[in-house]
Structures are given as structure tokens and as C-alpha cells.
Write a protein that binds this ligand. Structure first.
Ligand code: FAD
Ligand code: FO1
Length: 455
């Protein structure tokens, strides 16, 4: 039987042999049934072994500062995954606790023949896998289902910037940007009845901040994600190039929450954008962000262990920020002032309000928002901490490689070049209120957020 998953997407994580027994897909980053290379590989192994197939998700009580807002959205998506898998005769189990313990125990209990996981460059996911591979007797694999070009294939090192990464990605797209087969009903059934999942009970056990309420402007799950994708392609893609940088317009796709939780496959999105009947300029602008920028973020987090600290900045930025460490700050704010959106700058406060109330700040303002935190704190290290804390707490798409690299770009010039020196920023690119006024109607944006805040 011809293998449908490209070998270069697959990494073998231990030396245990492939045995008989159910094949398990440990779902984490790519929380979807369709267009999921990790699930497709697990199914291939199960078909080869004429074995049943099951998916597990290990719900951890806390995850990088995620709150009710993100967990609520994620759990809704997982309920849909469970329903879709059941119809395909594929088991779904919800585990709770430490993945490195619960998954090893589950595989032993099931007599698993193989365990397949999906890829994430983040420290926490890699530590789960390292600990698990040390006490797992089952054959253990990892499949990059998130990137179009598998992260390990795209480049063997941290790339300097988009311009060094783009040619490497473009050369590999023809090999990896293929259509993705539809998953069909699995012919081999699990021996026993699946335990019913008490989703409400699972949510009650979370140790999270319950005060950050869910947002209702982003519908969770892979069905809603596909609908949002089709709506964007049919109604907004044509104007993306012209409107994506104007925060008073709804010019972005708003797909980052479903891309972050893997409800939508970036590969499926890219395939449909490529064949859309819209001007090339808009397609190229969108695919540059979705493919080059997004996969550059995984490259950054995978190859730079310090991706969430100032240690990750390029030397030129470290040196020039250090030279200006003693520069007087015209304004200084404490974390709670930033969180409450109580600075002297109405545009910054409006952007903070958008993130807190809507769960997603406009992309253009994210750069301005982070850069001002550098300008109004005592050090880049403090700025990184505050920006990551607020972004991960309030943004639906937070705790994502795109966020760590976006914040490191804004505060420490990662993937950017040196600019003429200035106070506090050194050679890190500066952004000003006046500059924003030349780009879009700042007053209108501020009024929009005040209206939202009033509710
Ligand atoms: P669109 O403009 O419609 O873009 C489509 C997709 O392309 C995005 O969903 C994303 O996957 C990718 N993309 C777009 N711009 C970028 C970029 N600059 N870098 C990497 N990928 C990109 N993105 C997140 O997903 N999560 C975050 O927490 C996050 N935090 C950020 C913080 C800062 C300070 C900065 C400067 C950027 C951050 N970004 C983050 C990147 C980018 O701003 C968002 O991906 C984008 O605004 C998401 O909205 P959208 O899906 O409507 O974007
Ligand atoms: N992955 C898990 O395997 N278990 C979780 O309980 C979990 C919670 C979670 C909450 C918020 C969030 O943004 C991500 C979360 N993830 C969880 C991880 C996520 O699915 C990805 O694996 C990581 O974001 C890596 O990119």
C-alpha cells in the first residue's frame, strides 16, 4: 500500500518496535480530524497492522497562563473532534494530568502497537515528549501536521530573517504543498465500549483564571473554522493586500485562533487561497504571512531555546539596547497599568482594550503595542515578560510560536534589521503615534474601542 504521508514529516522518537495492538494518536497541537497528517499516519500504521485506531488528548490543568477564554474555546473544539471520530469508528479518549505519566499508562493499558504525536517547537511540548520517550515501551513517532514544509526539513538552523528563509521554503513547497487525502471510516474496531467523557467535570478540574471570560466573536471547532476560511476567501482575500494593515477595517482573515489550536490546516488554507479567483498581489501577500512568516516562527522557536526572553535577540540588538539601558524613560508604567490600559497614549490603550474585550488585537497594532512596552519599561527583559504575559492571558491565539517571534521582533529586532540609533530603542525599529496616524484613522480606531468597552 503506497504511503500517503511523506516520510520527511515523520520523526521516530524511540527505538521500540512497531507491535500489534491499537495505534494511538496523541493529539495536542493539531486539534482536528480532517487534513491532519499525524492522524493520517496513525491510520496508515493501523491499516498495515489491521489494528484499531484511537485518539487521545491529555488535558493539562494549566498551560502557559491560558485562562477560561482559551480553554473554553479549545474544549468546544475537542467535543467536535470526539463526535467526528466516533462516526469514523475511531476511538477518542480524554486523559487528564501529566502527559508523560498518563500517556505511558494509557499505552500500557491498551497494549498499544504504536503512539503517534504531532509537532510543536515549544519547550513544554518537547519536555513532555522527552520525559515520555524515556518511560514508554511503545514505538513512538512525531509527525509535523502544522507546517506545510516540515520544520525540521525547512532549515537545519535558526534563520536570520524572512528573506533568508523564503527561498528555502519556496524550493520545498512543490514537494510538500500537496492535496491532503480525506480520512475515511476505520475498518477495525476497538475491543471495548468507549468510556463516556464528562466534559463539564474535566473543565471544573482546571487550575486557571476564570475571570478572563470567553469571547463570542470566534466560533470554535473545525466546521466553524472551514466556514470562516471560505468566508474570508470569498469576501475578503481580494482586498487583503490593500486593507490588512488598517485596524479600522476588518481586512485580516481572523483565522489565527483556529490555526493556533489546529482546528484549521494551514495547508488546506494555502491550497484554497492559491486556486482562488483573486488578484495575485493579494494571494501573495496572504501566503507570505501564512507560509513564510508563520513557519519562520516555528523555525525561531525550534532552534532558539530562549525564544521567550531577551536572550534570543540578535547581537546587534542586544548590544545597542544595552548601550541605551540607562537612557531616561519619558514614561514608566507598572504591569497593572499596562493590563488596565491606563497609559498616556490613547492608541495604545485602545489596542489593549481590543485584546482584552475581543481576544484578538489587530496585527498592525500588535507591533506598536509591544514596542511601546519596550519604551515605557525599565528594560527589554521586563518588556518581554509583560508583553508575553498579557498576550498569552488575553489573546485567543496566544502561547503560539507566532506570538513569541512577533514579540521578539518588536522588542528585540529578531528577524528584523538594524535601524538608525535612538534613545531606549538603540537600533531596534521604532514606531510612533504620528507614524500610525499616517497609516490609518487613529481617532476612528480609538472611538471604535471605546464603544466596544462601553458594551
Ligand atoms: P492574517 O493577516 O489574516 O494572517 C493569516 C495568518 O498568517 C495568521 O493567522 C498567522 O498564522 C499568519 N501570520 C500573519 N502575520 C504573521 C506574523 N507577523 N508572524 C507570523 N505569522 C503571521 N500571531 C499569533 O498567531 N499568535 C500570537 O499570539 C501573536 N502575537 C503577536 C504579537 C506581536 C507583538 C506581533 C507583532 C505579532 C503577533 N502575531 C501573533 C502575528 C500576527 O500579528 C498574527 O498572526 C495575526 O495578526 C493574526 O490575525 P489573522 O489571522 O487575522 O492574520
Ligand atoms: N495541549 C495539550 O496537549 N493539552 C492541553 O491541555 C492544552 C491546553 C492548551 C491551552 C491553551 C493553549 O493555547 C494551548 C493548549 N495546548 C494544550 C497546546 C496546544 O494545543 C499546542 O500543542 C501548543 O500551543 C503548541 O503549539
Amino acid at each position: 500500500m503506497q504511503q500517503i504521508v511523506n516520510e520527511k514529516r515523520i520523526s521516530t522518537l524511540n527505538k521500540a518496535p512497531l507491535c500489534d495492538g491499537p495505534v494511538i494518536y496523541w493529539m495536542s497541537r493539531d486539534q482536528r480530524v480532517e487534513d491532519n497528517w499525524a492522524l493520517l499516519y496513525a491510520r496508515e500504521l493501523a491499516l498495515k497492522k489491521k489494528a484499531p485506531l484511537a485518539v487521545i488528548f491529555c488535558l493539562v490543568p494549566k498551560f502557559l497562563g491560558a485562562t477560561l477564554r482559551q480553554y473554553g474555546y479549545m474544549l468546544k473544539g475537542l467535543v467536535e473532534v470526539e463526535n467526528l471520530l466516533t462516526r469514523l469508528n475511531i476511538g477518542f479518549y480524554l486523559l487528564t494530568g501529566k502527559p508523560e505519566l498518563e500517556i505511558a499508562r494509557f499505552c500500557r493499558h491498551m497494549g498499544a502497537g504504536a503512539l503517534v504525536s504531532d509537532f510543536s517547537p515549544l519547550r513544554i511540548n518537547r519536555s513532555w515528549k522527552k520525559a515520555l520517550s524515556e518511560n514508554l515501551e511503545t514505538a513512538f513517532f512525531e509527525v509535523d501536521a502544522h507546517n506545510i514544509v516540515p520544520c525540521r526539513e525547512a532549515s537545519p538552523k535558526q534563520e536570520y530573517a524572512a528573506y533568508t528563509f523564503r527561498p528555502k521554503i519556496n524550493k520545498l513547497l512543490s514537494e510538500f504543498m500537496t492535496d491532503i487525502p480525506k480520512i475515511t471510516r476505520h475498518p477495525f474496531s476497538l475491543p471495548s465500549q468507549l468510556p463516556s467523557i464528562n466534559w463539564h467535570q474535566a473543565a471544573q478540574e482546571l487550575e486557571i483564571d476564570w475571570q478572563v471570560k470567553e469571547v463570542n466573536n470566534f466560533k470554535a471547532g473545525e466546521k466553524a473554522a472551514r466556514e470562516m476560511m471560505c468566508f474570508f476567501i470569498e469576501n475578503k482575500l481580494a482586498r487583503y493586500e490593500a486593507e490588512r494593515n488598517d485596524p479600522t477595517l476588518d481586512g485580516q482573515s481572523n483565522l489565527s485562533p483556529c490555526l493556533h489550536f489546529g482546528h484549521l490546516s494551514a495547508q488546506r488554507l494555502a491550497l484554497l487561497v492559491k486556486e482562488a479567483d483573486v488578484p495575485d498581489a493579494s494571494k501573495e501577500a496572504f501566503l507570505e504571512e501564512l507560509i513564510v512568516r508563520r513557519e519562520l516562527s516555528d523555525n525561531f522557536c525550534y532552534h532558539n531555546a530562549h525564544y521567550d526572553s531577551a536572550e534570543a535577540f540578535p547581537r546587534w540588538a542586544k548590544e545597542s539596547l544595552a548601550e541605551h539601558a540607562g537612557d531616561p524613560r519619558e514614561y514608566l508604567y507598572a504591569p497593572e497599568d499596562f493590563e488596565a490600559g491606563k497609559t498616556h497614549d490613547q492608541l495604545w490603550n485602545a489596542a489593549q482594550t481590543e485584546m482584552v474585550t475581543r481576544g484578538k488585537m489587530h496585527g498592525y497594532l500588535r507591533m506598536y503595542w509591544a514596542k511601546k512596552i519596550l519604551e515605557w519599561t525599565t528594560s527589554p527583559e521586563e518588556a518581554m515578560k509583560i508583553a508575553i504575559y498579557l498576550n498569552d492571558k488575553y489573546s485567543l491565539d496566544g502561547r503560539d510560536p507566532n506570538g513569541y517571534s512577533g514579540i521578539a521582533w518588536s522588542i528585540g529586532g529578531v528577524h528584523d534589521r538594524a535601524w538608525p540609533q535612538r534613545p531606549v530603542f538603540g537600533k531596534v525599529r521604532y514606531m510612533s503615534y504620528r507614524g500610525s496616524k499616517s497609516k490609518f484613522n487613529v481617532e476612528k480606531y480609538i472611538r471604535m474601542q471605546i464603544k466596544v468597552k462601553k458594551g
